[in-house]
Design a protein around this ligand. Structure first.
Ligand SMILES: Nc1nc2c(c(=O)[nH]1)N[C@H]1C(S)=C(S)[C@@H](COP(=O)(O)O)O[C@H]1N2
Ligand SMILES: [Mo]
Length: 232
């Protein structure tokens, strides 16, 4: 019987030994590989009980207030915060409508993260708001839920995998760099997460719908050819 050394074995398996030896030690590499290989239908209760590892945070001194470019495909909707309601519905036991006062009462989380737009710019921003996982838990999702849809007041729409929504740093933000969120950046409420490209971060979110299946309309830019998962 032929025997192989480690390098030959890895070559047969189609893997490069340098990749394994140099890459596997780093958390960053593990995070990226985890994102692309993990099944999207991981069980809801498992995801709720075992939150994903947070992405390393950047110091507050690294924020770049002038670098965040307003990027809106059409128009900036005018929303009266007193009349605003966020609807959370779909396959949930406890559908809800929340006003800004109720949202502000939920635990506030701030995360300094890099916003990356596929159009070729990036900016380090501190977003503050409610963890999306807290909102999803309040709505009591059914075991069938695998995807989450976001509707926006300007007609923008997005869909995300449940796992990314339950990430501990995925926020429904109402603050930018420690100040109330400006209207052009999505007030009263926008998505922000260090694990997805900028076009996944819906601004002016009015409805969060939990479902078991992806709809044919997957996202404003996705339906025009952009990649759906859009992980960072
Ligand atoms: N509702 C809505 N959300 C949106 C967009 C949009 O046009 N409408 N543009 C997306 C894109 S491409 C990017 S890069 C970010 C930009 O966020 P900002 O305008 O706060 O910088 O918002 C995303 N969310
Ligand atoms: Mo973007």
């Amino acid at each position: 019987m032929q025997s192989f050394n480690r390098r030959q074995f890895l070559q047969m398996a189609g893997l490069s030994s340098t990749l394994l030896l140099s890459g596997c030690g780093s958390d960053l590499f593990a995070g990226v590989v985890g994102q692309v290989t993990e099944p999207l239908n991981q069980r809801l209760d498992e995801l709720l009980l075992n939150p994903q590892k947070p992405v390393p945070e950047m110091p507050i001194s690294s924020i770049e207030p002038d670098k965040l470019i307003v990027n809106t495909f059409d128009f900036t909707p005018v929303i009266d915060p007193k009349l605003y309601r966020l609807t959370i519905d779909g396959e949930v036991n406890n559908p809800m409508q929340l006003g800004v006062k109720e949202l502000y009462k939920l635990p506030l989380t701030s995360v300094v993260m890099r916003h990356v737009c596929v159009e070729g710019w990036a900016a380090i921003v501190q977003w503050g708001g409610v963890r999306l996982r807290d909102l999803i838990q309040l709505a009591q999702p059914k075991e069938t839920v695998r995807y989450v849809y976001f509707q926006s007041a300007d007609g923008y729409y997005e869909s995300w995998d449940l796992r990314s929504c339950l990430h501990p740093q995925t926020l429904m933000a109402y603050q930018k760099n420690g100040e109330p969120l400006p209207i052009e950046n999505g007030a009263p409420l926008r998505l922000a997460a260090p694990i997805k490209l900028g076009y996944k971060h819906s601004k002016w979110v009015t409805r969060i719908m939990l479902t078991s299946n992806l709809l044919p309309q997957r996202g404003y830019w996705e339906d025009r050819g952009y990649e759906w998962f859009a992980g960072l």
